[in-house]
Design a protein around this ligand. Structure first.
Ligand SMILES: Cc1cc2nc3c(=O)[nH]c(=O)nc-3n(C[C@H](O)[C@H](O)[C@H](O)COP(=O)(O)OP(=O)(O)OC[C@H]3O[C@@H](n4cnc5c(N)ncnc54)[C@H](O)[C@@H]3O)c2cc1C
Length: 463
């Protein structure tokens, strides 16, 4: 192990976890946190791992919920964030919620007390110095402008976003293909040679009119003062388009031209909602052009009025936020390193994952990979069958690029994990009913993930 330190920039959820994991694996770490010398628009304290908004780490059920599985995997790997969350739980039913002050204080104390970690307070206000031979950048959605500019110069400005414009994503299996159909506009073949690249959901005039009314009336999320999210013409929220005119969507993302409904070829749709494949597994489909500021409850309700999506299960709902993140599938290698400057590794929300737990999980992986590198080894990321590996896979290649801005932040969800080869059956070998089948499938995915993670942790694959 070289004695040169690993420099971690940003002491949030990801940076704190990365520091802990790397130090536990024997590396010397310098953790650079700019607060309280310089603040962000959302953080209020000088504590590490401060939760800027909700105090919830979401569902804690490893058998039935993808984020619960991520909790279980992180606990199995000695996560500091999960350990402190467990120690500072507040009652929240099936969710893992924490006393935010106790939680952040516990993380700060643990890091400060670690003999191999030194905390340096102050902004890294430009590209990390050349003599920092191994760096993890974990500066989060509110990365300071000076560092963001330096990253933009390294990556090319177009590859670093300052706002997300998120369209909902639907699990493929929940789309009713008895109503929807596969076809590209004018049967045009894409670069992949597929003339049926889209899933199309048709609307008649009455359905379209009701949909526009619901969009206009639906409750919207307000921007915070400092967010100042600009609307770009290419990614206007659908409700803003509807406000500009009732026909705008029908001439924009919902135009019905070049499509023939094979279920009823003689009837021309008045409008069509298109979904585009979002991941290489083909399990997730993105509602094209449907970025929105509608509140989440309203989105589920209104989008389930779209024919074919009545039973849609959403892997992600839409949103627009201030958020600094990389076009990771293009920029990062499977080691989470910047291809253009491999001494820089990235972790947390800036890699294009979304959420406290996901950010910390990527920090955990980055910390372990960086520590292995200091030992002169190249560790493979956790297998794609684990929730952690699925997240790493998604941000470093699993997402299917479809033009500028197609890569948007993502929470963990089952659609990122490879499906099981066989549908689970009852103890007597019989086919299960739908509810039991879904439950058994999630449990089987979770058992596979935890078994594969344990094997990876015991005998990590070297690449
Ligand atoms: C306003 C807002 C609300 C959110 N609410 C939620 C929520 O309720 N639930 C949820 O799951 N997720 C939420 N998120 C998303 C995200 O999960 C969190 O922001 C999460 O904290 C990201 O973890 P991180 O470690 O990547 O970044 P952070 O936790 O933000 O940590 C980054 C750290 O880097 C420091 N830093 C930045 N630039 C520099 C620099 N140049 N030099 C040194 N230090 C620097 C910052 O001070 C900060 O401490 C929210 C995001 C925002 C912006």
């Amino acid at each position: 192990m070289t004695d040169e330190p690993l420099h971690i920039v940003g002491g949030g959820l990801a940076g704190s976890e990365a520091a802990w994991q790397a130090a536990a694996a024997g590396a010397r770490v310098v953790l650079h946190e700019m607060r309280p010398v310089r603040g962000t628009d959302a953080h209020q304290t000088d504590r590490l791992a401060e939760l800027v908004c909700s105090n919830s780490f979401r569902a804690d059920d490893w058998e039935a919920n993808a984020v619960g599985l991520l909790h279980a995997e992180m606990r199995a790997l000695g996560s500091l964030i999960l350990r402190c969350a467990d120690a500072h739980q507040t009652p929240a039913g099936g969710a893992l919620a924490v006393d935010r002050e106790g939680f952040a204080e516990a993380v700060t104390r643990a890091i400060a007390a670690h003999p191999r970690i030194r905390i340096e307070r102050g902004e890294v206000a430009g590209a990390p110095p050349a003599d920092w031979t191994s760096v993890i950048v974990a500066t989060g959605p509110l990365t300071s402008p000076a560092l963001a500019a330096a990253i933009g110069a390294l990556t090319g400005e177009a590859e670093l976003s300052f706002f997300d414009a998120i369209a909902p994503i639907v699990h493929a299996e929940s789309i009713d293909m008895g109503v929807a159909w596969r076809q590209s506009r004018y049967d045009k073949e894409g670069p992949g040679g597929d003339a049926a690249a889209y899933i199309n959901c048709p609307m008649d005039k009455a359905e379209y009119d009701a949909f526009i009314d619901a969009l206009l009336a639906g409750p919207k999320t307000e921007f915070k003062d400092w967010e100042h999210v600009p609307y770009f013409d290419g990614c206007l929220p659908i409700e803003v388009m509807a406000e500009r005119g009732r026909e705008t969507l029908r001439h924009g993302p919902m135009k019905p031209v070049g499509l023939t409904n094979p279920h009823d070829p003689t009837r021309k749709a008045h409008a069509v909602v298109q979904l585009r494949q979002d991941n290489a597994l083909g399990t997730l489909w993105n509602m094209v052009g449907f970025q929105t500021k509608l509140k989440h409850g309203a989105q589920s309700e209104i989008f389930r009025t779209i024919p074919g999506l009545e039973k849609a299960v959403f892997a992600r709902l839409g949103g627009l936020h201030r958020n600094t993140f990389l076009n990771s599938p293009r920029l990062l290698d499977a080691q989470l390193r910047l291809k253009a400057d491999p001494r820089l590794r990235f972790a947390g929300q800036i890699t294009g994952v979304e959420g406290y737990v996901e950010s910390a999980a990527i920090g955990l992986v980055a910390g372990r990979l960086a520590a292995a590198e200091r030992r002169g080894e190249r560790l493979a990321a956790p297998p794609a069958t684990t929730a952690m590996g699925a997240l790493v896979g998604h941000i470093t290649g699993g997402h299917l690029a479809a033009g500028a801005g197609s890569f948007q932040p993502m929470n963990i969800n089952y659609g990122l994990l490879p499906p099981m080869d066989e549908a689970p059956r009852g103890e007597d070998g019989r086919r299960l009913g739908k509810r039991d089948r879904v439950r058994a499938r999630k449990r089987a995915i979770a058992e596979r993930a935890l078994a594969d993670l344990t094997a990876w942790a015991k005998a990590p694959e070297l690449v």
